[in-house]
Design a protein around this ligand. Structure first.
Ligand SMILES: NC(=O)c1ccc[n+]([C@@H]2O[C@H](COP(=O)([O-])OP(=O)(O)OC[C@H]3O[C@@H](n4cnc5c(N)ncnc54)[C@H](O)[C@@H]3O)[C@@H](O)[C@H]2O)c1
Length: 252
């Protein structure tokens, strides 16, 4: 069950952290993974790591907010792999240069990066693969989101949350449109992940962990396992859902 043999998967922003975990697990389940990242060395390292452990992967560096670059990279990867993308995981969502401040302090020209990446970046990748999925009668789209899309938080992420909630609305409509073609689209709303230890002090981490019932931060391999399920044949009956994956946190 949950095998992905013969499938081609594109994972955006997969050069580190959560995306790396997703790419690894999809490859372990048998998919050939197109590892995308804005930063080529990151994508290449993750793809090489997958190949080293016996999986199939190629790297493609492109900026998902650029539609032409996305389309060109997806077509070139499909030509190299002699197939089309069956599974898309839109994971890229943390914009380089995003500015974390309260909304009162943000200038209008600082609003765009998180909104562009989370909405247009995700839609660009979907646009590049959707016709192929619908024409073949099978496809899986997994949108990585955050609890902040549905819960107000005083932690300076209002633009990020705007992007996340916008793409969540889009995915629900997409699911309604594409179910008839065998293409599912679901949202995984993550809680706090293990890579936050690189960005915060131990004291801040302890405070955050105290709010999570399982008593620890999220693990990218566990997120990958959930994505592998959503990407499988067996998940064909689930679409249009927003699924919290957050250690049981009620605050999201
Ligand atoms: N880490 C958390 O605690 C957490 C919590 C909730 C949701 N999420 C979501 O999980 C996903 C992954 O987060 P992360 O913490 O692993 O991020 P990260 O910053 O560690 O890694 C993201 C990767 O995306 C790449 N990237 C950025 N902009 C890109 C672009 N325009 N095109 C292609 N690649 C791009 C970066 O180079 C980076 O390697 C995001 O959607 C994020 O919103 C993370």
């Amino acid at each position: 069950m949950f095998e992905l043999n013969g499938r081609i998967a594109l994972v955006s922003g997969a050069g580190q952290s959560v995306g790396e975990g997703i790419a690894k697990v999809l490859a372990r389940q048998g998919a050939t993974v197109i590892v995308n990242d804005l930063i080529a060395t990151r994508a290449e390292k993750v793809a090489a790591g997958i190949v080293e452990e016996g999986g199939k992967a190629i790297a493609r560096a492109f900026d998902v907010t650029n539609f032409d670059a996305t389309l060109e990279a997806v077509r070139s990867a499909e030509a190299e792999l002699d197939g089309r993308v069956d599974i898309l995981v839109n994971n890229a969502g943390v914009a380089e240069g995003r500015i974390a401040k309260p909304f009162r302090e943000l200038k209008p020209q600082e609003w765009a990066p998180s909104i562009d990446l989370n909405i247009y970046g995700a839609m660009n990748c979907i646009k590049a693969v959707l016709d192929g999925m619908c024409d073949s009668g099978w496809g899986r789209i997994v949108q990585i989101s955050s609890g902040s899309a549905r819960t107000g938080q005083n932690i300076n992420v209002s633009m990020y949350a705007t992007g996340k909630s916008g793409i969540e609305g889009f995915i629900r409509h997409l699911a309604a449109e594409t179910g008839q073609y065998g293409v599912t689209a679901n949202i995984v709303a993550l809680g706090l992940q293990a890579n936050l230890v690189d960005k915060m002090t131990p004291e801040m981490i302890d405070q955050l962990v105290a709010t999570i019932p399982i008593g620890r931060l999220g693990d990218p391999i566990e997120v990958g396992a959930f994505c592998a399920y959503l990407a499988s044949n067996e998940a064909g009956g689930m679409t249009g859902q927003t699924l919290d994956f957050n250690g049981g946190s009620q605050t999201r």
